[in-house]
Design a protein around this ligand. Structure first.
Ligand code: HEM
Length: 409
């Protein structure tokens, strides 16, 4: 029997099939995380996306990302406001340091901040972070349920940063009020001016009455024998407040959401706490909280056949590189005992994340305290968080995650 089917019906049928397929796909934080860059990475090695009116080729292969991250002469970070994507021209007035400069200046700027970032390895700081997380978990256990993003991850990120930078917790009380992003409201409007005004005031207070904290140290620091300018000090404040904020918040909610949805992984960690070390790396690989960052090509470049004009940008897509199947077997599956795990979630080369030791400390301690004190995490409701662009849609973590924690006997 012959039936007449119109083109429109075929298209609608295909659409329905696609929707059904998407519904059947495993949830990203239920052990699997779909990779939006898989097909273009395998086919072309790049994906061109238009960001704020400009076409930017995103570099997707692990090998390319690592090579270009080291080749700062051809793929430069000397581009104020332009390294983050979307660029931050409309939300801040200072160049972030040491992020938006190239070696050798970058190395000298980095040395000024390093002593504070290496505090993440100091036993006294490790103990304070554990005390902070234990306190927050105890509060959550005492309640019927807790909203993880607003009432757990944001306070943990803000108070943890104050511990790292040796700042009083009264400053963290202010940072908690900034919400998920320091530069933009949920609707995208800029609130960067308020953050810069606060940082200016904090530096004034620190210069007038110096303590042993990071901000006081900036007011006394020297770059090649001269004091830092106020603009340079603000450049450090800017990245410290912005760079480690949503990345840490999304890591925290991502970990809790996964352990709620995958109790067997929770048991796997609890059986042997030494597994937390490797598991945290797998979380950073799978979550890849910084999707990508830009590099300027001062001399132009040709990337997988695409011409980049001198002065134009490419992006190093860390999230895509972390799912490269030539490096990571079965990359869409979270394997808490994956080894080796050469992920680039914290970047690669001279700009390797200064906050990585702190991020690792927070995530590992969170897992340890959860394993020790919590028997079960139940998801009550969840709103996923996405990064949506014209050529891809990537799941980050959660906008909201309401869970109930049950105490371990
Ligand atoms: C899971 C959490 C985090 C992720 C995924 C992350 C990711 C990254 C990445 C990919 C880079 C490389 C930048 C580049 O190549 O251009 C970077 C650099 C940097 N990050 Fe993080 N970061 C995290 C947490 C933090 C925290 C908590 C802080 C500060 C408190 C921080 C401060 C910095 C700084 C200062 C740099 C610049 C280093 C340089 O240019 O030498 N990050 N981060």
């Amino acid at each position: 029997m012959q039936t007449n089917v119109s083109i429109g019906e075929i298209v609608r049928g295909r659409q329905r099939l696609k929707e059904q397929f998407l519904l059947l796909m495993p949830c990203p934080f239920h052990n699997q995380q779909p990779d939006p860059f898989g097909e273009p990475r395998r086919k072309d090695g790049i994906l061109v996306n238009n960001f704020q009116g400009t076409d930017v080729p995103m570099i997707l292969k692990h090998e390319d990302v690592r090579r270009m991250a080291k080749d700062w002469q051809h793929f430069s970070s000397d581009a104020p406001f332009q390294v983050p994507i979307p660029n931050e021209e409309d939300v801040r007035t200072v160049r972030q340091l040491p992020l938006e400069v190239d070696p050798p200046d970058q190395g000298d700027y980095r040395k000024i901040a390093e002593p504070f970032f290496s505090r993440a390895k100091d036993p006294a700081v490790i103990a304070q972070i554990e005390e902070l997380i234990t306190g927050l978990i105890e509060v959550a256990l005492s309640q019927d349920s807790v909203e993880i993003v607003r009432d757990f991850a944001i306070p943990l990120q803000s108070r943890g940063l104050a511990i790292l930078l040796n700042s009083p917790q009264s400053e963290a009380d202010i940072w908690i009020g900034w919400g998920m992003h320091v530069f933009r409201e949920g609707d995208g409007t800029s609130k960067g001016k308020a953050m810069e005004e606060y940082a200016n005031d904090l530096l004034d207070r620190s210069a007038a009455n110096p303590g042993n904290d990071f901000f006081s140290a900036l007011t006394q620091a020297e770059f090649r024998g001269r004091p830092l300018t106020r603009e340079e000090m603000l450049g450090y404040c800017s990245i410290v407040f912005a760079g480690g904020r949503d990345t840490i918040i999304n890591s925290i909610s991502g970990v809790i959401g996964h352990l709620a949805a995958t109790p067997q992984d929770f048991d796997f960690l609890r059986e042997d706490l030494k597994r937390i070390l490797g598991a945290s790396e797998e979380f950073f690989r799978v979550l890849s909280p910084t999707t990508h960052l830009a590099r300027k090509c001062p001399m132009g470049a040709n990337v997988h056949g695409v011409e980049v004009k001198p002065g134009d940008f490419v992006s190093l897509n860390f999230a895509a590189a972390n799912y490269d199947e030539t490096v990571f077997e079965d990359p869409e599956t979270m394997k808490l005992d994956r080894r080796p795990n050469p992920h680039v979630a914290f970047g690669f080369g001279p700009h390797l994340c200064l906050g990585a030791a702190h991020a690792r400390l927070v995530v590992r301690t969170l897992m340890k305290v959860l394993c020790e004190r919590v028997a079960r995490i139940e998801t009550i409701s969840a709103e996923d968080k996405y990064e949506t662009e014209s050529s891809y849609r990537r799941r980050l973590a959660y906008d909201r995650l309401q869970v109930r924690l049950t105490r371990r006997d």
